[in-house]
Design a protein around this ligand. Structure first.
Ligand code: DI6
Ligand code: FE
Length: 408
């Protein structure tokens, strides 16, 4: 039996290793894969003399870690193009939410959708991401807001891991907004989430983390605090939609619970940034929502960077505030709207996105011992991944060492 299953050689490799300068580049590199994992990576000149079942020359192509979309809501029913048109005519997102539209209109469509319909629509979105080199996607619930539909969304998300071939991480976002059954009683709904939805989710092992929408139109910091305490008691990590439309102390709250990530952060204060830095919580920037909502205050990127907060970038794919299903476009927006460098954008959808999902040990960089999730590109340099807004020059995608076809 050969030592390696697959040897990729003659590649420019952007390893994106932590602390390595200039994308962690290895020119004239090789990657040896065994059992779906990277067994050896380095310069071809240093390649140990071992046998491989299959050897492929990449003819000087660029190789990066496969991309990771660490914040999506891509299981949902319907769409909200009509609401988007109303917003173009000047009606605000908060006004639409107050009328029972917004998130609640997607809740109605999602409750009415069959498990099959939810699965098939989400699978098409996942395949679009895979065609751009994405191997790992986080998917949240949050458009059910009742026991049955929240669990159905999470079951669909888990099933998508098998049907799509991508790695899926699931997040319970039952605290997305207050459902009509609990109108005007957010506290009672939070009790329901804590007493019913959370334990059922854990009993069926349907979620890898718990999220909440901490915002004036959803839940306040005190309510999220109660939910997170319950999640922690059940052994689940947390992440938070924080300070998107106003400073609700979300970053500080996320940090206090050692959250994997705090997401959005447009209105996060100096204290909030410091708290994230101290807790090692990743910042997930979501420029698709910023663009769609016509926001004017960008997240404090300079402060996050200077404080050493890990910065990830994601699509936030959702039918209301970020109808975006392209990680490349999210990278392009993060540089244009938020001032991230192309290298920060690539780190944001690889190494830092892995960290935001608690998968930093497993994927997100090209290093021996990590899963062989590898994207191969037709590029002159990886900075082009942020420069082009499309189309996307993916040549091949490997997931766990296997060549992956997004269009089976
Ligand atoms: N993520 C969310 O969950 C909310 N905003 C955001 O960026 C709202 C999603 C929605 O309107 O459906
Ligand atoms: Fe979101």
């Amino acid at each position: 039996m050969a030592d390696w299953d697959l040897l990729l050689k003659d590649a420019h490799i952007a390893t994106m290793r932590q602390g390595a300068p200039d994308y962690g580049v290895i020119d004239g590199g090789a990657i040896a894969i065994r059992g779906g994992m990277i067994d050896w990576i380095g310069s071809l000149a240093d390649l140990p003399a071992r046998s491989a079942t299959e050897t492929r020359s990449l003819s000087g192509r660029w190789v990066t870690p496969a991309l990771i979309d660490c914040h999506t809501h891509l299981v949902f029913g319907g769409q909200r193009a009509e609401e988007y048109e109303r917003r173009l005519r000047g009606v605000s997102y908060e006004e639409i939410a107050a009328e029972g539209g917004g998130i609640l209109s997607t809740v109605r469509a999602t409750r009415a959708a069959s498990e099959e319909a939810l699965h098939d629509a989400a699978l098409a979105r996942l395949r679009a991401l895979a065609r751009e080199g994405v191997a790992t996607v986080e998917i949240k619930s949050g458009y059910g807001l009742d026991l049955d539909t929240e669990l159905r969304m999470l079951r669909v998300a888990r099933r998508l891991g098998e049907s799509s071939g991508l790695t899926i991480r699931t997040t319970l976002l039952a605290a997305h907004t207050v459902p009509p059954e609990f109108a005007n009683d957010a506290d009672a709904y939070v009790d329901f989430v804590i007493d019913k939805i959370l334990p059922a989710t854990v009993a069926q092992d349907l979620a890898d983390a718990v999220d909440a929408y901490c915002e004036s139109i959803a839940f306040d910091a005190r309510q999220v605090d109660r939910l997170f305490a319950a999640a922690k008691n059940l052994g689940l990590r947390v992440k938070l939609h924080a300070d998107q439309l106003s400073d609700g102390g979300g970053a500080e709250l996320a940090a206090r619970f050692g959250a994997l990530s705090a997401d959005h952060l447009e209105y996060t204060s100096h204290e909030g940034v410091r708290a994230l830095a101290d807790s090692g919580t990743a910042a997930v920037l979501l420029p698709g929502a910023y663009l769609t909502l016509n926001e004017e205050q960008p997240p404090p990127v300079g402060e996050l960077r200077d404080s050493g907060v890990p910065i990830a970038v994601a699509t936030d794919c959702n039918p209301g505030t970020s109808p975006l299903c392209s990680i490349h476009f999210a990278m392009g927006l993060a540089s244009r709207l938020f001032g991230l460098t192309p290298e920060e954008c690539l780190a944001g959808v690889t190494r830092e996105a892995a960290r935001a999902l608690g998968l930093g040990h497993h994927c997100g960089t090209l290093e021996a011992g990590k899963q062989a999730d590898i994207a191969i590109w037709e590029l002159d340099h990886p900075r082009e991944l942020t420069y082009w807004l499309g189309p996307h020059p993916l040549s091949d995608l490997l997931i766990a060492g296997q060549f992956f076809s997004p269009n089976p």
